[in-house]
Design a protein around this ligand. Sequence first.
Ligand SMILES: Nc1nc2c(c(=O)[nH]1)N[C@H]1C(S)=C(S)[C@@H](COP(=O)(O)O)O[C@H]1N2
Ligand SMILES: [Mo]
Length: 538
Amino acid sequence: MTDSGPGGPGPGSGNGSGIGSEPRPGFRAWAAGAGVVAAGAGLAIAQLAAGLIAEPRSAPVVAVGAGFIDVIPASVREFGIRTLGTADKPVLVTGIVVLVVALGALAGLAGGWRRPLGWVVFGVLGLVGALAAASRPDAGAAAVVPSVLAALTAGGVLAWALRAVERPQPAGQTTGGTTAQTAAAQGRRDLLLRGGLVVAASLAAAGAGSLLLRRRGAVADARASFPVPRPPTTAVPPGADLHIRDLTPWRTPNDVFYRIDTALSVPVVDPATWRLRIHGLVDHPLDLTVADLRSRRIVHRWVTLTCVSNEVGGDLAGNALWTGVLLSDLLREARVRPGADAVKSTSADGWTCGTPLSALTDGRPAMLAFGMNGAPLPLEHGFPVRMVVPGLYGYVSATKWVVDIEVTRFDRFQAYWTTRGWSERGPIKTASRIDVPASGANVPAGAVTVAGVAWAQHRGISRVEVRAGGGPWQVARLAGQPTRDSWRQWTWTWQAPTGTHRVQVRAFDGTGQVQAAAVAPPAPNGASGYHTIEVTVG
Ligand SMILES: Nc1nc2c(c(=O)[nH]1)N[C@H]1C(S)=C(S)[C@@H](COP(=O)(O)O)O[C@H]1N2
Ligand SMILES: [Mo]
């Protein structure tokens, strides 16, 4: 870079200089220091963000380190392990931090010369971190957040710190020697104080992030050894899955199961200290531990969950084998008093949900679940224990991280979503969806396989009809229905003529009632209308 004089460019290099002032003595050192502080602040915010979203591998340093391990040749990796042993990872992480700090100093120098150049350095670093985090196989959509926040924070702190560093220095001749020296000393103290505050805030943020990640790690370990009673089999019941290409599988694997909740960061609940109170309008309140639950009668049931926010044709539904204890058993034990008509459940993070008591006692497998497809509940699906109630949308039944169940009356409380305009009761509306062909697809003329799923949890699906190009409704072939609480696959072969056609589906529930044709949005109690796609043939 080109210097404009001793002590660096200082004020006057673009960012508004005081005329008659001089660059701060040692400007370049101050600018580099500002860059180091900014880089540190960015790393600290990233650590905090990674802790809050509970994704340790989203922290840029960890992500880049992991990416580095993946791309280096195996021989180098082995050499590292041989020479460093278990210190290999701390050494790698330290090396990356040192590199980032050095690049921070460079960003400070560059930014002191031309501000945007400093931002470019942090922008590139953030991009590298984000790419590394996003390319981890288990990366969620939020994985890039820590890196992005880090770059923004570093850029902001850099601009702020450089502005302070560049503040015009008294030029001596105007104020007289001693006063100028005092002013300079005070300016230095001021800078050091500001820098110190940023460093302290960064350490606090990084510390908080690390604590969150450590806790998450401990609970993840507890989850790994969490004893879920094994279901006799997690295999899909024979006949339930038609195995048609691109048709939604009957059983939804845990890692692709839709996730909906209000939790900004996943609640981390330690199963060793978890307690569930069942109280309210009962004669015999219960206070249960995980072991208490496990000592009761355990059931395994297939149930399809659906979100009330699901649009017609949407994918906010999933089917799993849930392992747990029937709520009817527990409520019988608690001896519900006459007059109760509702259960208010509360999660560890304070979310609330109101469920009709009848849905928990009428014989359907409403349960407290701690197993999902034979594994402990994933943290984001409610570990260690959640509610599952077939036939009701999730917002009125499926409380994750549940810690409190109060038997009560609907006229005595409002739940989280009911105070926000959603209906108090949320029975699932009969729905059907076309998965194949995809909407907008081009298919060759002739026999075209049309297939999808339909659901009316706890009523079951008795019939599905499809029509194409305005023709008459045709009866689809149904897959087996091992339980009325799960969705049902269907398929129909369409002799497709060339042209662009609309294809539409409708389902009938177990009582013979056809799904509502009237188009309604998700709010306040679930979308309705027939799923319709457009297909070009030929
Ligand atoms: N604690 C808690 N539980 C909750 C929610 C929530 O916001 N917080 N959302 C509910 C909603 S709206 C739905 S659709 C289901 C989704 O469950 P899933 O994320 O396991 O698919 O969880 C329900 N349980
Ligand atoms: Mo939902």
